[in-house]
Design a binder for this molecule. Structure first.
Ligand SMILES: [Zn+2]
Ligand SMILES: [Zn+2]
Length: 203
């Protein structure tokens, strides 16, 4: 892994949170959806389970989306604002098999503050690793979802297997149309193999 698991996990969670407010509707509308988000990413510490908690987490989304768009110097200022907004306080902790690592909030801090600080920490790691190019917007034309490329060879371009497949299928169909127009025997022979030639989906 490129970053520590904790950093990779926090960034993936941040992208997931941003992408709940996606082109195809809001997927963080109620407490049930918030529970599912917390379940997916495992935030230890207290939960309020109320509308205020939901509203606070929802309000992180536009803030986190900007992290994928800001130029580096503004990004750094934003990260420092995030630490300050959540009144960060260093804590050495161990949970969920991560081994000892640093948290910057007490477990009693509100969920939204804990998420905010965790993401600020993770982006700090990315800045220090000079790896901001790994925080990308999905390459599918009709998608504005964000992603974190944790692959070794920096090859990830799409937010999801769905986007990767959609783009690959469209490219395949475009090639097929060209083949039909040209109508060469070689082209029709290729059709027989085309499905096997579809690139593997890797999101
Ligand atoms: Zn932790
Ligand atoms: Zn996408």
């Amino acid at each position: 892994m490129v970053f520590t698991h904790h950093t990779g996990g926090a960034l993936t969670a941040a992208a997931d949170l941003v992408n709940t407010d996606s082109g195809d509707g809001d997927r963080l509308r109620d407490l049930q959806a918030l529970d599912a988000f917390v379940e997916r990413h495992g935030y230890p510490g207290v939960r309020a389970h109320d509308e205020a908690e939901l509203a606070a987490v929802r309000s992180l989304r536009p803030r986190f989306r900007r992290l994928w768009a800001l130029p580096p110097d503004e990004l750094v200022a934003e990260v420092n604002d995030m630490f300050q907004a959540a009144r960060a306080l260093p804590q050495l902790v161990e949970h969920d098999g991560w081994g000892y690592h640093l948290h910057l909030t007490v477990p009693e801090a509100p969920l939204a503050d804990r998420i905010l600080v965790e993401v600020a920490m993770a982006v700090t790691d990315v800045v220090r690793a000079e790896a901001l190019d790994r925080m990308r917007v999905c390459a599918a034309e009709d998608c504005r979802d964000v992603l974190v490329d944790l692959s070794k060879n920096r090859s990830r371009r799409y937010c999801s297997a769905a986007c990767s497949n959609r783009v690959n299928v469209a490219a395949y169909r475009a090639r097929q149309r060209v083949d039909e127009v040209e109508g060469t025997p070689a082209a029709s022979e290729q059709h027989g193999h085309a499905h096997a030639d579809l690139p593997e989906a890797h999101a």
